[in-house]
Structures are given as C-alpha cells and as structure tokens.
Design a protein around this ligand. Structure first.
Ligand code: PEP
Ligand code: MN
Length: 346
C-alpha cells in the first residue's frame, strides 16, 4: 500500500506513521516530492485491511492506496514526479537528452582515449565501454577485464566524461564499482535476481537494460528488485527485443518509451546500436528515440568499426556520430528538450 501525506502534514506526523508501520514489521520507502510526501509500504500482513484503516485514521494522512499490481516503488503512485538521476552533475531524466557513447568493448588505450575525445567533442556526456563482455560465443573476445576499466579511468581523467560499464557477475561488483559512475546491467542479466539484489545495496546508479525477451512488466519488476533493497537510482534502457524479423539484430521497441513514462517515474534511455545491429539504422532510430521522448541515448562508436573486436557492424564512425548528434539536437528542440552539443547554445 501507499500512504499519501497531506501537503501541510508535519514531520512529527510523518515520524509517527513510520513508527507505526515499522513496529508492525513493515518496510518503509519515502518519496519526498515538491508537493507532498508519499510512503511506500513494503511487506505483507494478513490484517492488511485493518492496518489500512488504522493508518488512514492517523493525523496528516490524506489517503491510503492499495497497490493492486506489484509496481510499488517503480510506479507513479509511489512517486508522481519524474526521477532525475544525478551522476556528478550529469542529470538523466530532466530536460536534457543525455548521450552515452563509446565502443562496445575497450580494446586498447589509443582506441578508448581517441573515442572519448571524439564523442566528448560531439556532445556526449558519458563514455560507454565494456571491460567484462557477455559474449554469445565463448570463443569471442571477452573483454580486457580490470585492464579495460583502468583504460576507461584514463579516458575519464583526460576528458572529464563519466563512465558507464557493464557488470556481468557479482564476483566483479567491487572492482567495477571502483571505476564506474553508472553500472550497466546487460540484457542477458536482467533476470539475474541475486545480481539485482546486490545492486540494490550499493550507492551507485544502475543502467538496467531490457531483457531481449522480456515484457515491460518483467523489466519494471527487475528495477523493483534493485529499488526494494534501497537503491533508487535506476535508469532503464530499451535495447530491442527478439522477434521473427531477421533483417535486424533485434526489434527496437520504441513504444516502450512512452509506455514506461506512463507507468513509472524512472528515466528511460534507448540503445539503437544493439536495437538494430546495423550502423546504417542507428542514426534514424536515434532520431526516432529522441522523438519518442527518451531521456537519453546509448550509442556504439568506434574509430575504425571494420576493425572492432566486437559489434563493429553496428558502430558509428566519428563522422557519423557527429552527424547523428547534429540531427538529434533539432528533434529534441521540437519537444522542448535539449541535447548538449558544443557550439550549440543550450
Ligand atoms: C552492450 O551494451 O555492450 C551489450 C552487451 O548490450 P546488451 O546487454 O543490450 O546486449
Ligand atoms: Mn555491443
């Protein structure tokens, strides 16, 4: 259930209700909005209805809402205002469409530093790059591991870009946390509930990619796993789902952007690279993603896509990335949003 406090309720009244709930062994998650405070109540009790009536009768309470579906924390009932995730000053979920760009995998110093430099100049705020890669084939390049993270840190130091990188196993949680500003959970791990729970106990934003065969509900519930443990800094990432189409790697489900925004307060970004698997389709789908209202983009960029150790076929060259950035600036403007692009006033 969710307890909606009156706009003029006092801290005392709030404390009183929290005490009541906690002494009934119920968990409490607070959402303090500009207008009002909402308490998300976690846990099950047999005497739910009695409890609801008791809370409803308490001072400062406007109403108590039973949540029928299971979106307790990701849902808008709990937090009507949009969540803005602040990554050291880079805000995802606000009026800026934030671009994350970089290679699929970190390969060597020259590659990552050159790419970081180029994407920064074009307006990206966050550098992507995999060090631990979840490859379909065990014979494919598996990533440089910690060496790759060190190279990302070097590129960050040189450019000031924030870093997003994937965590594939709990085993690497600490080490990835030491380097990453955002922890990426890949499509293959969206259903890895013990990993999601572990992320719920850290204080770092999580970029949760949609499972390639998951419904919107399963995806939101995966986010709920992270939030339930206490970490509310979740960014969703649409990266395409598997369908019968054979011309693209995945089918990029852009309807998920407005759908998620209707159901949840969490920001959503779109990855048109994995969503299509074809660099020729990346810019058009990036434009469409911005038009659909996405809060950001994640795009693969490589200095020489033809030589990339992974996903070269869907990686943009620096020139193509520059072009994409100048196009999305215009699309964002239509929606009253902004894309940071050096040389373009924001
Ligand atoms: C990636 O971003 O490099 C990646 C592996 O993506 P996904 O998990 O969406 O396949
Ligand atoms: Mn990739």
């Amino acid at each position: 259930m969710i307890v909606v406090m009156k706009t003029d309720s006092s801290q005392n009244q709030l404390d009183h209700i929290i005490n009541k709930l906690e002494s009934a062994n119920l968990g409490v998650h607070l959402s303090k909005g500009v207008q009002r405070t909402i308490i998300g109540v976690i846990g099950e009790r047999k005497d739910k209805e009695t409890m609801k009536m008791k809370i409803e009768a308490m001072n400062g309470v406007e109403k108590v809402v039973s949540i029928l579906d299971s979106y307790k924390l990701v849902g808008k009932e709990f937090k009507p205002e949009k969540s803005v995730i602040d990554i050291g000053g880079v805000k995802i979920g606000g009026e800026e469409v934030v671009v994350m760009a970089g290679p699929c995998s970190v390969e060597n110093e020259k590659q990552i530093v050159k790419t970081a430099d180029a994407v920064k100049k074009a307006g990206a705020k966050i550098l992507r790059g995999g060090a631990y890669k979840p490859r379909t084939s065990p014979y494919s390049f598996q990533g440089l591991g910690e060496e790759g993270l060190k190279l990302m840190a070097l590129a960050k130091q040189k450019t000031g870009l924030k870093i997003v990188t994937e965590l594939i196993d709990k085993e690497y949680l600490e080490i990835v946390c030491n380097y990453a500003d955002i922890i990426q959970i890949g499509s293959r791990n969206m259903h890895n509930y013990s990993l999601l729970k572990a992320l719920g106990n850290i204080d770092k934003p999580v970029l949760l990619k949609r499972g390639f065969a998951s419904t919107i509900k399963e995806w939101l519930l995966a986010a709920e796993y992270v939030m339930k443990e206490g970490n509310h800094q979740v960014i969703l990432c649409e990266r395409g789902i598997r369908t019968f189409g054979e011309k693209t790697r995945n089918t990029l489900d852009l309807s998920s952007v407005p759908l998620i925004q209707e159901l949840s307060h969490l920001p959503i970004v779109v990855d048109p690279s994995h969503g299509t698997g074809n660099w020729r389709l990346v810019s058009p789908m990036a434009r469409a993603a911005v038009a659909s209202g996405a809060d950001g983009l994640m795009v693969e960029v490589h200095p020489q896509p033809e030589d990339a150790l992974s996903d070269g076929q869907q990686s943009l060259t620096f020139d193509n990335f520059n072009k994409m950035m100048s196009e999305i600036v215009k699309i964002a403007e239509v929606l009253g949003k902004k894309v940071y692009s050096p040389g373009v006033a924001v």
